[in-house]
Design a binder for this molecule. Structure first.
Ligand SMILES: [Zn+2]
Length: 194
């Protein structure tokens, strides 16, 4: 993956040297599942901030807000608005909902599906989006990030360069938000284990 850090990154600073990956699987690497693929230096910094309790404090300070998008109806309005703003030409999205069964442990924060069914003599495609229910209580920035991510999948199946470009077009802070979401989930996981 390509990490393009912002120079003003509050947390961990820019990491230009992506390709220097340490092959050693340290304890830090095995205990931070959401940060797989990020440079080891970043993972080590995250781990020490996590252990000291500093990570949670910084995240709270940076993302103090809550959102009111709690029902599936509200989520649908929110997603359709973002879609019409940035992806007007993409095919319609028929069903948007929070899903309690989705969990990040299974590496799914959101999913998008396309179901085909025969209607009369036509094959109709029905596009749906499910967002993990944990985002109801997450800061608004993270909800936006995951919705942008799932919308971008309507055009690009893989997490490739074009996918990232589209995400960043819809949300200029996308890369930073993705990292911060992963840090947020890391904190949540640790609290669940305590
Ligand atoms: Zn994805």
């Amino acid at each position: 993956m390509v990490w393009e850090g912002n120079p003003g990154d509050l947390f961990l600073g820019p990491y230009p040297d992506l390709f220097c990956r340490n092959l050693c699987k340290s304890l830090a690497m095995s205990s931070l599942p959401y940060l797989n693929g990020y440079p080891e230096e970043l993972r080590n910094t995250a781990l020490s901030l996590l252990v000291s309790g500093e990570l949670e404090k910084r995240l709270l300070a940076r993302y103090p807000d809550q959102h009111q998008i709690r029902s599936n109806r509200e989520l649908n309005v929110y997603v359709q608005e973002l879609k019409s703003q940035h992806m007007r030409k993409a095919p319609p999205l028929s069903n948007v909902a929070y899903d309690n069964r989705l969990h990040v442990v299974h590496n799914a924060l959101g999913i998008h599906t396309t179901r085909s069914r025969v209607q009369g003599d036509k094959l109709r495609k029905r596009r749906e989006m499910r967002i993990a229910a944990l985002f109801k209580d997450a800061p608004p920035e993270f909800l936006r990030m995951i919705v942008v991510h799932e919308l971008a999948h309507m055009k690009h199946a893989d997490h490739d360069r074009d996918f990232n470009k589209l995400c960043t077009y819809m949300e200029p802070d996308y890369s930073q938000l993705e990292l911060d979401l992963r840090l947020y989930l890391t904190v949540q996981d640790q609290q669940a284990q305590d």
